[in-house]
Design a protein around this ligand. Structure first.
Ligand code: ADP
Ligand code: MG
Length: 466
């Protein structure tokens, strides 16, 4: 039985990983950052199967619970194995905090003995994406993205002195992460003296901070971030409503500004649309704000040619144009569409044609859809659909119509945005993550047997998509 469940466990983990990938870069990064869980043994007692699993520390375990991974894993194993009662029980492998590419995790306490298979999460975040360079970034004259690109180049050529800080903002998949990393890569490659450059996502930044507090080692965090030459902090919308880390970022900011260290931030919307962020921080982070916009048709074609060149592949011009027509407002989706076509031709052989492209991409709606969906528009449109107001969905009342509408929001926000369960709960008047997970999963099941609900979801989805 133990071995059987181990196989089921592996399949369940792989499926969750795949789901996260489909949900986008942030979810995928969240999985990679947090999913530090290894199957160890399984014991049965009175038809209850308890799987013991190893994870780094209690903090990670709590976080996995909060993000809904433990529940998802349990449910998947239950339905795949037909076992009614399954429990997961953690034990902790404690690592010392290590930074820098060569820092090795040191095991302080391991019981029972298991070989750790993953490095400490804190190291991965300091790595730049080496493929994201200025050379690989395509823009066209006159676009706001081109202005952002040129400013980024100027900043990379003269870090800390040209414009400091700068902030990229814009919807999902428009090149914010790419440009930040391009700045980092450029500085690393072109500086005479070695520079301490750190790219990290706001969520990892927060995790490191919290970890440094729980391990009573706040100095490690301060020493790392307050002594950087270049800080590249991505997805700062994640810091909304999180006072402690906002405060810490404020001090990091002041210190780095004094040192003339370059700071670059990215956010999925203008800072003026961020709620629950300290005024003094908003005014500092805004700096030079640079708007990234979806590329026009010619630029989309040029991006496709660039990606083909990088992969050493070719496609007929008609196919390139057809992809650029079908996928309009998100470069990540454009890449996904391109890969879909080239993979198909690789596997099936033959030539890519316009007909084939339309057939392959016609069925592909999700990547198009996830661009620029905001949770506020999901709440608005869902409320409207059910003849309610947004306020109704945030209020405490629990009649069945409101409860259903709320669960629809939970489901759609989970599917279409990068918000965590906790964030979604907060936008819905302070509901906790397990309520959001439950609501979202309920709709996911119900939709399969309820045509009215399916129609409702479809109608709301169409409204919230730009
Ligand atoms: P964001 O951080 O805004 O969500 P990313 O920087 O992750 O978006 O970009 C998504 C993908 O699209 C990446 O693979 C990136 O290389 C690519 N990309 C985005 N904009 C461009 C561009 N102008 N030229 C080339 N590739 C781009
Ligand atoms: Mg990004």
């Amino acid at each position: 039985m133990n071995d059987n469940l181990k196989g089921t466990w592996s399949l369940a983990v792989a499926a969750i990983k795949e789901e996260c990938k489909i949900q986008g870069e942030q979810k995928s990064a969240e999985f990679d950052n947090w999913f530090d869980l290894e199957y160890v043994t399984c014991e049965e007692n009175d038809a209850l199967f308890t799987i013991k699993c190893a994870t780094m520390n209690e903090f990670t375990w709590k976080k996995l619970n909060e993000l809904g991974y433990i529940e998802r894993l349990k449910n998947r194993i239950k339905s795949a194995s037909n076992i009614a009662k399954i429990d997961l029980e953690p034990f902790y492998q404690q690592y010392e905090l290590g930074f820098g590419a060569d820092a090795q995790p040191k095991i302080l306490d391991t019981k029972p003995k298991v070989t750790p298979t993953k490095p400490a999460i804190h190291r991965a975040n300091t790595t730049l994406y080496s493929d994201y360079t200025f050379d690989n970034f395509v823009t066209s004259d006159g676009s706001s993205t081109n202005y952002a690109y040129k400013t980024a180049l100027a900043v990379a050529g003269n870090p800390g002195r040209r414009a400091n800080p700068i902030l990229f903002y814009g919807g999902v998949g428009l090149g914010k992460t790419h440009l930040m990393n391009a700045i980092g890569n450029y500085i690393v490659q072109n500086s005479v003296e070695p520079k301490k450059v750190c790219y990290t996502q706001a969520e990892s930044f927060l995790n490191e901070f919290t970890y440094s507090l729980t391990t009573k080692n706040p100095a490690a965090f301060k020493n790392k971030y307050r002594k950087l030459d270049v800080l590249l902090l991505d997805d700062i919308q994640f810091l909304q409503g999180k006072e402690g880390i906002q405060n810490e970022l404020f001090y990091v900011f002041e210190e780095l500004l004094k040192r003339k260290s370059q700071m670059v931030f990215a956010c999925d919307r203008p800072l003026t649309e961020i709620s629950q962020m300290e005024e003094r921080l908003v005014s500092r982070l805004s700096g030079t704000s640079l708007d990234l916009q979806p590329p026009d048709f010619e630029t989309r074609c040029a991006i496709i040619y660039k990606k083909l060149e990088l992969k050493g592949q070719t496609l007929p011009e008609s196919v390139v144009k057809s992809i650029a027509t079908l996928v309009a407002n998100n470069v990540r989706a454009l890449e996904g569409a391109l890969t879909k076509v080239t993979n198909y031709v690789d596997i099936m052989g033959g030539q890519a044609t316009v007909e084939l492209t339309q057939k392959l991409l016609g069925a592909q709606r999700e990547p198009l859809d996830t661009a620029r969906v905001s949770i506020l528009s999901i709440i608005d449109e869902t409320a409207k659909y059910y003849g309610l107001t947004s306020g109704d969905l945030k209020a405490k009342k629990r009649d069945s119509k409101r409860a259903l509408a709320r669960q629809v929001v939970m489901y759609l926000a989970n599917q279409l945005t990068d918000y965590t369960l906790t964030d979604i709960g907060r936008e819905l008047g302070g509901r906790d993550h397990s309520t959001v997970l439950h609501g979202s999963e309920k709709i996911a099941t119900q939709i399969l047997s309820d045509p009215d609900l399916m129609q409702a979801i479809d109608a709301i989805k169409r409204k919230v998509q730009v």
